[in-house]
Design a protein around this ligand. Structure first.
Ligand SMILES: [Zn+2]
Length: 146
């Protein structure tokens, strides 16, 4: 496997920026529109991948909001200033795993194909095991002004 490609993105106001690194070309990304009651409200579509990495830079700690609901095993990271939800992360056995909202990528023209998923029937154990296998295993969040 060669080196990873880097894709940048962020929220609308620029307060939160990230670099997503993955060895896979966009054509091969698995992109899933989540059909849960939260994500449906703003049409989020997520990608992830076992060999990928997400590095997030937040301008100021006051901009970071985590939203939890349902089983409370995932936190949805939202910018407090512009309201854009960028990624969700789940802490499993001491490590963070993430899925990225592809609608927040700077390059809106990537050749992505999107499918729907509905995980409501999943057990909690199955859900955490799936995240450990499929989600981005390397997540760092940095605060620029601290
Ligand atoms: Zn923002």
């Amino acid at each position: 496997m060669g080196g990873s490609e880097r894709y940048s993105g962020g929220c609308h106001c620029g307060g939160v920026r990230y670099v997503f690194s993955t060895p896979f070309p966009p054509e091969q990304w698995s992109v899933r529109r989540c059909t849960c009651s939260y994500c449906t409200r703003f049409g989020a579509a997520y990608t992830s991948g076992p060999d990928s990495r997400l590095e997030v830079t937040v301008q100021d700690p006051s901009l970071a909001t985590d939203y939890e609901f349902g089983t409370k095993t995932a936190k949805f990271f939202r910018c407090n200033r512009c309201g854009v939800m960028i990624f969700a992360r789940s802490r499993i056995e001491g490590s963070d795993y993430a899925v990225l909202n592809v609608n927040t990528l700077d390059d809106g023209g990537l050749p992505l194909s999107t499918g729907d998923t509905d995980f409501d029937a999943e057990t909690l154990e199955d859900r955490l095991a799936r995240r450990q296998t499929n989600w981005i295993p390397d997540v760092t969040i940095r605060f620029a002004n601290t």
